[in-house]
Every structure is written in C-alpha cells, then in structure tokens.
Design a protein around this ligand. Structure first.
Ligand code: PGA
Ligand code: ZN
Length: 424
C-alpha cells in the first residue's frame, strides 16, 4: 500500500527546474522518479505545469507541480495498492479533470506514475523491466545515438535537429554501444581536422556550424569508415527533422528554401537513395496529415517514418494516423502523455497495428533511467537517448548494459530485427 508521496524541485540537464517524486510504501520501500522536459515540444502534448513566477528560474519553477503532488494527488492515492498502476493513473487523470492534464500538470502526474511503478518493482524485488514487461521481456533495443545536434538543440546553422547512428549490425547491446562511442570519437577528430567546433548540443552530439544536412551526413559516413565500420551494413543512419520548428505560414523554411510537403518528400526521397538512412522522424509538420499520408505511401516501404510531434504518444492521435496511413512508427515519450498507463496503451496500439516503437528521452533530461527499462519491457526494439556521451544520456545506455548482463543467455539484441517492415 502507498503510505506517503513526496516531491521536490530538482535541476535537469539544461539547468532548468523539474520535478522528482518519491513514493513510500507500507513495507518501507522508498523509490523515486524524475521527469524530463522538451525544447521542440509538440502543440498537442500534455501540459507541463510551470510556476510563471519571473522571480524564480525565469518563470520555469515547478513548485506548483510539487504542491499538487504533496497535496491533492497524495490525498487521492495514499492507501491504494501500488501495483494497481491502471487504477492509480486513472484516479489521477480523473482528479485532474482536464483534457491535457493542465490543472495538476502532466509533470506532476508523470512523476507520481513512474515512482509508483518503480516502488512496486522494488517492493517485489524485481528489476523494473521485469515488473512492467513480465517473464518474456528479453530484447535489448537498438540505440539511436544522436551525434550531430542542430535545430532547437544547438546554436548552429543546421535546420535538421538530429543526426543519428544506429549500430544495426552489432551482435549485442554492449557491442552496439561500443561501436557508437568509437564513431562518436572518430567524428570529433574529423570535425577538428576540418577546423570545425566540437562543442556539444543539448543531447550530447556535436554542434558544428555546418550549412547543410547532407554535409553533416557526409561527415558521419566518413567517421563511420574512419572508425573501421561499413555504413549500411554495420550502421544505419537516422534523422529527426523536427520540422514543425521550421514550418511557417504554410511552407517549410529549410536551408534557405521555402518548400511544400511534396518538395520535402522529394528531398527525403533523394536522401534515402544516397545515404543508408533507416529512419526519419517528423519530416513534416505536426498537423500535416495529408503530407504524411503521401510521404508514407511513397517512402514508407524503404524507411521508417516516425511520428513524434505528430502523435505526441497520444493513443487518440495515433489511432487517427493508423487509419490514415500516416507514418509507420511511434516515438514514445512518457511526458508527452503524462502517465505510464497511457504510454503502455499507445505502445500496444502501435504494435498491434504494425507500427514500430521507439522509447525516447527529451532534450532536457535527468539521471533517471526509467525509459531504458521500459524499452526492454515493451520490446520496443529501439531507444533514442542521445549521444554516447554526457551522463544524463549515457545513464540510460549504462542501464541497458546492466539489463543485458542481468538477462545473460536470455538477452537478444534487436539489431536489424527492429525494422521488420523493410529491407535494411
Ligand atoms: P525535445 O526533442 O525533447 O526537445 O522535444 C526531442 C525530439 O524532438 O525527439
Ligand atoms: Zn523528435
């Protein structure tokens, strides 16, 4: 039984406040969870409650969310059975009473939801991935490592937000991570040799002042070779355009041009033909359903088309997309929807519908590693949690190393099998 619920304001990886929740069970178990925060947030995400008090943290304090947890939410769920996750999450959603969790804050709800799951697992002496995923959870996800940062995550001139490497040819998660780190270091040397800056963006990738996305891809392909690997065989490439960020007045303002959805689609058709791209996220704006239908019809058999701002981990928006044939993959961010239960519902709907799933961090992160366990628990096959550098990013990768070790002979690395719909 849940005996007490507490919360505090802590800092995230960008130096902004976020909320951490602690749950105490009757048996003495104390467990905690912390909540991440995005920069290129979707308009349809659940509401992140901030204080708007300009005297603290530029208005970004989360003391109201802390109060919501310690007050109303604690009163509602203290005394409930902690393993009744669906009942607890449902009670919090009803208590909030709004469509987008704006009264109590999705950050407040999520902190409690994740801390309750963690406390239940701890109390049963089970690893979180086993508690949530059951006896068959055994697959380690392909890490999508973001090694060049642009867009809202860096102050350089690159419009594409993320350039990722996916070690699809590795034999284990441990080997995949090692390969990724080796390419990361090869890229650093290469950028240096070309007189480019090697400072980092929000997700730990390099943020050089490069003018075009193809130039960034060329550097990455070269770095993969320099590190002794074969692009396409050992590594696939991935992009997150986060294109809502550069969509204005009906067109995409991309690398000095103004493009419509068809032209953007043609641009990606060329990229897919010229680079070993296996995944493209948010190629079009969050409301461009028609554009997504066409792009998916044209490219969806060759490349994974991922909806992030498009779906915002929301089962209702995802169901719309599935009916329309928009995208073929769901990016899963726990704080976009605000409870573990709704996150698991979105994942189940995607998987039932032949959409792949990717557990994802946010650009503002903490040392919390819940998403690593969730990726194994739901058999997502892929996880996106930044560069193989910076502690808030590698905390998740390091947790996956531990899970792989714990699973021992039962562990399977998803590798190419993460992309069942097309040839990679
Ligand atoms: P965000 O970026 O956390 O800033 O939204 C991550 C993403 O777009 O996938
Ligand atoms: Zn994204």
């Amino acid at each position: 039984l849940i005996e007490a619920v507490g919360a505090r304001e802590i800092l995230d990886s960008r130096g902004n406040p976020t909320i951490e929740v602690e749950v105490l069970l009757e048996d003495g178990t104390v467990s905690r969870a912390a909540v991440p925060s995005g920069a290129s947030t979707g308009a349809f995400e659940a509401y992140e409650l901030r204080d708007d008090d300009p005297k603290r943290y530029g208005g970004k304090g989360v003391l109201k969310a802390v109060d919501a947890v310690m007050g109303e939410i604690a009163d509602e769920i203290e005394g409930l059975e902690s393993t009744e996750q669906r009942v607890i999450d449902g009670a919090m959603i009803a208590l909030d009473g709004t469509e987008n969790k704006s009264r109590l804050g999705a950050n407040a709800l999520l902190g409690v939801s994740l801390a309750v799951a963690r406390a239940s697992a701890d109390s049963l002496d089970l690893p979180l991935f086993r508690y949530v995923g059951g006896p068959n959870a055994h697959t380690l996800p392909v890490p999508m490592m973001n090694i060049i940062n642009g867009g809202a995550h860096a102050d350089n001139g690159i419009d594409t937000q993320e350039f990722m490497i996916l070690p699809i040819g590795a034999e284990s998660f441990g080997q995949a991570l090692q390969w990724g780190a080796e390419v990361y270091h090869a890229l650093k040397s290469l950028l240096k040799a070309n007189g480019l800056a090697t400072g980092l963006g929000d997700e730990g990738g390099f943020a050089p002042d490069i003018s075009s996305s193809t130039a960034a891809l060329d550097f990455i392909v070269e770095a993969i070779g320099k590190a002794g690997f074969t692009p396409g065989t050992d590594f696939g490439l991935g992009l997150d355009a986060a294109s809502t960020e550069f969509y204005k007045d009906g067109s995409y303002h991309f690398e000095g041009q103004q493009l419509n959805a068809q032209q953007v689609t043609a641009y990606y058709r060329d990229l897919v033909a010229n680079y070993p791209l296996v995944t493209i996220e948010d190629p079009l704006a969050e409301d461009d359903w028609e554009g997504y239908e066409h792009l998916t019809a044209e490219l969806g058999s060759k490349v994974q088309v991922v909806g992030d701002d498009l779906f915002v981990t929301n089962p209702v928006r995802l169901a719309d997309g599935i009916r329309r044939g928009a995208a073929n993959s769901l990016l899963v961010k726990v704080n976009q929807i605000g409870t573990l239960t709704e996150t698991l519902d979105a994942v189940a709907l995607a998987q039932r519908s032949g959409y792949t799933t990717i557990l994802s961090h946010r650009s503002g992160e903490t040392e919390d590693t819940t998403i690593a366990d969730l990726a194994v628990a739901v058999d997502s096959g892929q996880i996106k949690t930044g560069a193989p550098a910076r502690s808030e990013r590698v905390a998740k990768y390091n947790q996956l190393l531990r899970i792989e070790e714990e699973l021992g002979d039962a562990a399977v690395y998803a590798g190419r099998g993460a992309f069942p719909r097309f040839q990679v």
